[in-house]
Design a protein around this ligand. Structure first.
Ligand code: RIB
Length: 313
């Protein structure tokens, strides 16, 4: 296993745009179905939001991370700032709007660690292109730009364009999947959908390994440079013009308790791998391992592994 994520002078910096929310998690035997009430086993309130989780993942792996978001003036925002302080995420690009409320997500988790999520992005829903312009120095000073689809579409795309102009390596984790104008796929250096998200962008079912390969090729044809389809317990598939391969999921020594945030762990770690100039395959092996380990702990941001855990595992 390569050694990675050690703070050194050569490491590139990472800018992440996204959402912070407080996750209200309910753990039980099963995720209730429509109209059903179940008795839960455990309840936790913790930090979440895909962008924020990715920032924590990257910072815990010793990434040099700045986070762009908007939060309200409330106890949830305090939770966010305390976490960033502890984790070393730079907060100069976080907009604090006292007229807004920070978002919340309701998360149901079953005994196998599977989840169902409903997120209300709150203050971050009010991000506008002007906010990105106001934080342009942060993007300019970064080498890698990572974002998702929880912020307003127009803002996500605007920020990707700006990051592209600044010659950042761009990573778009298209979660939750939302429409992207065909002209904008060329802005994306790394596109990291899961199977369901890839199906959304291609409007077709993905069932077999052959379907996965074809899907990745279809996505490349849209102008994306590197496609990573994450496959949960089956691992990942990678494709660009030169290489194509499957990677099996990392073999865990502990049981899976909660898969919430595994995709975020993957994306944050991929950014760190690239920031450390790892070869793409090495960066993906690293990210795959980080994502796997995150599933052995409860919570989203709380489950992001520290660099020592990765080396020791
Ligand atoms: O990816 C997991 C995250 O999705 C949770 O933390 C929740 O807040 C939602 O944004």
């Amino acid at each position: 296993m390569v050694r990675f994520g050690h703070k050194n002078k050569k490491m590139k910096s990472i800018c992440i745009l996204g959402v912070f929310v407080a996750d209200l998690c309910f753990v039980g035997e099963k995720i209730p179905s429509e109209g059903q009430t179940v008795l839960g086993k455990k309840h936790i309130v913790g930090p979440g939001g895909k962008g924020s989780n990715q920032a924590i993942a990257a910072a815990r792996l010793n990434g040099d991370v700045s986070f762009i978001t908007k939060v309200g003036k409330d106890s949830h925002a305090e939770m966010a700032f305390n976490l960033y302080k502890k984790s070393g995420v730079k907060t100069h690009s976080i907009i604090h709007d006292e007229n807004l409320f920070t978002g919340v997500a309701g998360i149901m988790i079953d005994k196998e660690g599977k989840n169902a999520i409903n997120i209300v992005s709150g203050a971050a829903e009010h991000l506008v292109a002007e906010d990105i312009d106001n934080q342009i120095e942060t993007i300019k000073n970064s080498d890698i730009f990572l974002t998702q689809m929880e912020t307003p579409d127009a803002v996500t795309i605007y920020a990707l364009k700006k990051a592209n102009e600044q010659k950042c390596i761009t990573i778009l984790n298209p979660a939750p999947a939302r429409k992207i104008d065909e002209n904008n796929f060329q802005l994306i250096d790394f596109f990291t959908p899961n199977e369901t998200e890839a199906e959304f962008y291609l409007n077709k079912k993905i069932e077999t390994n052959e379907d996965i390969k074809l899907a990745a090729n279809d996505l490349l044809r849209k102008g994306i440079k590197n496609v990573v389809i994450t496959l949960g317990h089956k691992g990942i598939y990678f494709a660009n013009k030169k290489q194509k391969f499957f990677l099996e999921a990392f073999k865990l020594e502990r049981p899976v308790v909660d898969t919430t945030g595994a995709g975020d762990a993957f994306n944050g770690a991929l950014a760190v791998g690239l920031a450390n100039d790892l070869e793409i395959k090495e960066a993906l092996i690293f990210a795959n391992k980080v994502a796997g380990i995150s599933t052995t702990k409860l919570g989203a941001a709380a489950s992001m592994p520290f660099s020592e855990e990765i080396v020791d595992n």
